[in-house]
Design a protein around this ligand. Sequence first.
Ligand code: CS2
Length: 410
Amino acid sequence: MAHLGLGAFHRAHQAWFTEVANRCGGEQWGVAAFTGRRPDAARALRATGCRYDLVVRGPDADRRETVSAVVEAHDGADAVAWRRTMATVAVLTVTVTEAGYLDDEARDAEDVRALAAGRLPRSPAARIVDGLRARLATGGGGMAVVACDNLDSNGALLGRRVGGLAGRLDPDLADWIGDEVSFVSSVVDRITPAPTDEGLVTEPHASWVLAGDFPAGRPAWEVAGALFVDDVRPYEQRKLWLLNAGHSLLALTGLPRGHRTVADAMRDPECVAQLGELWDGLGPVLPFTPDELDRERESVTARFANARIEHSLAQIAVDSALKLGIRVLPVVEERRRRGLDAGRGQLRTVAAWAAAVRGGLLDGPDLPGSPADLATSALRHLSSSLADDPDVVAELAELVSVPDPTGTPR
Ligand code: CS2
């Protein structure tokens, strides 16, 4: 199998699932991994023969595991290795962050020109088109592309991006992709902070829920706990709206309160109360019973509170505007569709983002000063439809005007 986006998360998640599947005997799989944005990651991994240790850090103790499922590490710009690999693998897994799924007309046009000229394009979707074209040219059959980033219907979205770009290049290639390549949606979960001198630290919890076909086979990831389902949506919404939105809330409200890590923020009763308020907003919109949601809240609370994991709030705050559009605004939209208010915890997260941008803590658009204008322009930036809802604007305006003890509105 191949992987695009070699980073800490891949090594702690998909590579680890493959490692555990291999350990149980049966078919042995290896990963040829390609970096997305950091060629140095491939060099560093090659230096250890692609083997590495994971420090699995529970609340009380560590466990060390050696992973040897990654068998090749390549600079993502190595077109020869990419095409050779994509011609033969059964599965490609992808972790390219939320930003990797964005379409951008100028970049897409440049990518289509690069593809037409036989050069390796820049965006992940266009790279996949390049690899699939090499596969078709050498007579390769169908394969699976598994999206592993924190977005709603990630596989379907990636499939549309790849199909759209392929169609602009070569309709026959687009038809072949449509017929033979399966875009699998998946929900991934394992808290893995950016590695430090101490190496690659991850939490004990690891989950993976997948929906889609694997026309050329796959590792037996289920032995490591992966779940194969018909529809990932309920799992995806629960993960994005509860855990990931919780992370964003803690980052955006915790940073201005002087906290550095998720666990630090979890020691602040105010942050914990806001997290509870955010999660209370999910009850009416998630297809799980109150008991199931309570259990999930408890489990995520314990994971966030694991003080032996140093998960930096600044790392989570990166790309906040994009993340809120995926983790928080869909909840507001769903609540409004059901005739409910916007959700106070959800709007508090938006207000915290607006305050952080205005206070220069985060990069973002120019936001005007008065609460009503600020609320409208923040919403306009994050979600085109909500800014036209006067109730949502009014509720948000009320929250952005509340000053916190450090003097930053939140
Ligand atoms: C986090 C995620 O950085 C972030 O935005 O919310 O990386 C989170 O740690 C993972 O999705 C956990 O599975």
